[in-house]
Design a protein around this ligand. Structure first.
Ligand code: WTA
Length: 708
């Protein structure tokens, strides 16, 4: 484990009210040495001109973003770059018309029809990689769009829920939806059927799209059964599902134990026979037409559907892919994320395809069958741009620190995303994986933001391990404390990172819940709710951050009830509601625990209802309920049964205290609790009688549950 942030921090004095705020915490860490992009990288990079950067200065906002929009082909040019008449519901490229599927597929046929759009790498190593050229993608997207339109009766504005693994049919289906203006909502394949059903109901989908199964970690996962659960769940929520379309992982063979329900479930391959060679004109859509929903966890039990627009989103995904991913049509680019998360949407599908790049699609887990698999794939396919998360980097390093040296691949560029990366891990990525020459971008952004917000410009900026870097072009961040006071560069204090201006990639709203959209992201720092000026409506991201004297941001983690597990956002409230649905459970609290590989993992505290016994069956039931309601990714590391929860006098569970206990940190001031004695009892139960607190701990854990 790299040195924890805590160990380099001097002891702090206790704040008077016993409550810590971000801004009160002085955070000190060693300034890391800079690394510089190589001459070779600069010689070929897309963004090398400092004059270009100047175009994105604040005085040129919002027009500067026309540069991104100009990367796309428009059916009708926009009249106005940004409309702020109904804050914070911004409109981008107003009056413009375009189609995302046309931009990602059709327009590349003239020059690139025989070039690989996707290279699919199955997890079993004995299965050969499959190439999907732009021409073939075009044919398959068209046939699929014809099926969605004519067999399913879908039209622009309808929603469709796609619960699929990493197989080529996933982006094919997304692009087919986009062709029709149908709003896709992709649910990560690892989520449970129930989680899929809830999202399908929330979005009002009446069509579900599945795959029969897939390989993961050497095992065949029978996936189709989740559809049956999803349909039941959606029904309970009042949403009827008419059809389930099931793609086959292996053409010609259906591999699932789950029965196909006649008149409801259809094998796509069979339906498609009627649509062979059909061409569907891409529907010309308003720039503001929604392109997709992506559900993400927030501060309540219910996941929220982030709604992204067609024009602004695609322009932002294309622009950031070009300038920060340094994508050229000649590159072979591999982003190891899952398309079921925003990273996959923006940087496996929409961004790369808008630029006619070749995007690698890998079915499985990075370390299957061993920790050298990614390097073999890179060597074999000639991957030169690599994109992954700190969790994957930590895992690959732990399981095979010397493996990259044995393979003859050459990365010009690498990305890290999703969580803070420890400087030591960053250096291994740079020196060993990148062979001391690949430019690294540490990109900070969110499901809500559509694309990168903080990152270095790979050929222009120096790199600093552990710090994401300066703001992306046209993005103007600020850090504020809880009292609206700006935390300045070099102040060595943390605060809430906000973005002062709108940008084209920002979500439009939360599907079906505009009030929550305003409340969650804009209410906190809005200067004047009546104002129609964007300057009065900063975006609150929900992350703690600090700004170094050199203008580089270091992201510290979530300041709300969200835990970032292996780069994936999990709402603790969602896990808590799952626990509470077990009849024996009286109270539940979920807290983050530092994990060497995954960054953070959830631990669960439960108390049992009077008269019921806390036995192993109850604990097993809690685990299995979490897995059915959310999915295996939310499985807690430990479950502690406690006699009572530490509470404030108003009855609020003090999750911060439990988080401190789980992480063997100081519990801070507990004198204001209604039941301070319980803290020592729980501590003994969790840590053993003689344990002493080890550390002062990272900010997100110290402040856990205090905000949001
Ligand atoms: C965290 C993933 C540190 C952050 C793209 C954010 C990061 C949440 C970084 C969003 C980074 C993302 N360094 N932390 N480079 N990138 N995060 O919505 O806490 O799945 O709020 O989007 O991940 O997660 P999401």
């Amino acid at each position: 484990m790299p040195k924890s942030k805590a160990s380099s921090r001097p002891p702090k004095s206790k704040p008077a009210n016993g409550k810590l705020t971000e801004a009160q915490i002085a955070v000190h860490w060693k300034e890391e040495q800079y690394f510089y992009p190589t001459k070779e990288f600069k010689a070929q990079a897309n963004l090398v001109d400092p004059a270009f950067v100047k175009k994105f200065s604040e005085k040129n906002f919002p027009k500067c973003f026309n540069v991104y929009a100009n990367l796309l082909s428009w059916d009708k040019k926009w009249k106005k770059t940004l409309d702020t008449s109904k804050p914070p519901f911004w409109k981008w490229f107003v009056g413009g018309k375009l189609n995302a599927s046309y931009n990602c597929v059709d327009r590349h046929l003239a020059e690139h029809k025989n070039k690989a759009a996707f290279i699919f790498v199955p997890e079993p190593e004995n299965e050969p990689a499959q190439v999907l050229t732009y021409r073939e993608l075009y044919i398959r997207v068209n046939e699929t769009a014809a099926m969605l339109r004519d067999f399913c009766g879908l039209k622009a504005g309808d929603r469709v829920t796609i619960h699929m693994p990493m197989i080529p049919e996933l982006p094919i289906t997304m692009l087919a939806c986009a062709r029709l203006g149908v709003v896709h909502s992709v649910v990560f394949g690892g989520f449970s059927g129930e989680a899929c059903g809830l999202r399908a109901a929330d979005s009002g989908s009446r069509i579900l799209i599945y795959a029969d199964g897939y390989y993961r970690n050497g095992k065949w996962i029978d996936h189709k059964g989740n559809a049956d659960v999803a349909i039941e769940t959606a029904k309970k929520e009042g949403q009827r599902i008419d059809k389930v379309l099931v793609w086959r992982r292996y053409p010609g063979h259906t591999r699932t134990e789950s029965p196909m329900v006649t008149g409801r479930d259809y094998i796509v391959e069979e339906v498609l026979r009627d649509y062979r060679g059909k061409i569907v004109e891409p529907v010309s859509l308003d720039a503001e037409a929604p392109l997709f929903l992506m559900y993400t966890s927030g501060t309540t039990g219910k996941p929220k559907g982030c709604q992204h627009r067609t024009g602004g989103y695609l322009a932002y995904a294309a622009g950031t892919s070009k300038f920060y991913q340094d994508l050229h049509p000649s590159d072979v680019y591999w982003c190891m994320a899952d398309i079921g998360w925003i990273t996959g949407h923006s940087y496996i599908v929409y961004g790369p395809l808008a630029l006619a790049a070749t995007s690698v699609l890998y079915e499985g887990v990075p370390q299957f069958p061993d920790a050298a698999r990614p390097w073999r794939i890179a060597e074999r396919l000639g991957v030169n741009i690599f994109h992954t998360s700190p969790t994957a980097i930590r895992m690959l390093r732990k399981a095979g620190a010397d493996e990259p040296k044995k393979y003859n691949y050459s990365f010009k560029h690498m990305t890290t995303v999703g969580e803070p990366i420890e400087p030591e891990v960053w250096r291994w990525y740079y020196e060993v994986v990148g062979k001391n020459k690949a430019a690294i971008v540490d990109t900070w952004w969110q499901t809500e933001t559509g694309g990168f917000l903080i990152t270095t410009k790979p050929a222009l900026d120096r790199m600093k391990p552990g710090s994401a870097g300066p703001a992306a072009l046209g993005i103007f961040p600020v850090i504020w404390d809880e009292n609206n006071k700006e935390v300045k560069a070099g102040q060595h204090a943390a605060g809430n990172i906000c973005i002062r201006n709108p940008w084209p990639g920002i979500m439009q709203t939360i599907w079906g819940n505009p009030d929550r959209f305003v409340q969650q992201y804009y209410a906190k720092y809005c200067k004047n709710p009546k104002s129609k000026k964007w300057q009065d409506w900063p975006y609150f991201a929900g992350d703690g951050a600090m700004l170094s004297a050199d203008g580089y941001y270091r992201i510290l983690g979530r300041v709300d009830d969200v835990i970032n597990v292996a780069g994936h956002r999990l709402g603790t409230k969602e896990i808590e509601s799952a626990c509470l649905s077990v009849p024996e459970i009286a109270e539940a609290a979920v807290v983050p625990v530092v994990d060497e590989i995954k960054g953070r993992v959830p631990e669960v505290y439960i108390s049992i209802k009077p008269g019921m016994t806390p036995n192993k069956q109850v604990i097993d039931k809690v685990i299995s309920t979490i897995e059915t309601m959310i999915g295996k990714i939310a499985r807690p590391k430990k479950i502690h049964v406690v006699p009572d929860m530490p509470k404030t006098r108003s009855g609020k569970i003090m999750r911060r205290v439990l988080a401190a206990i789980s992480n063997r940190m100081h519990t801070g001031d507990i004198t204001t609790l209604a039941n301070p004695d319980i803290v020592e009892q729980i501590r003994e139960l969790v840590q053993g009688r003689d344990a002493t607190p080890l550390a002062d701990g990272p900010e997100d854990i110290r402040l856990f549950g205090e905000q949001g």
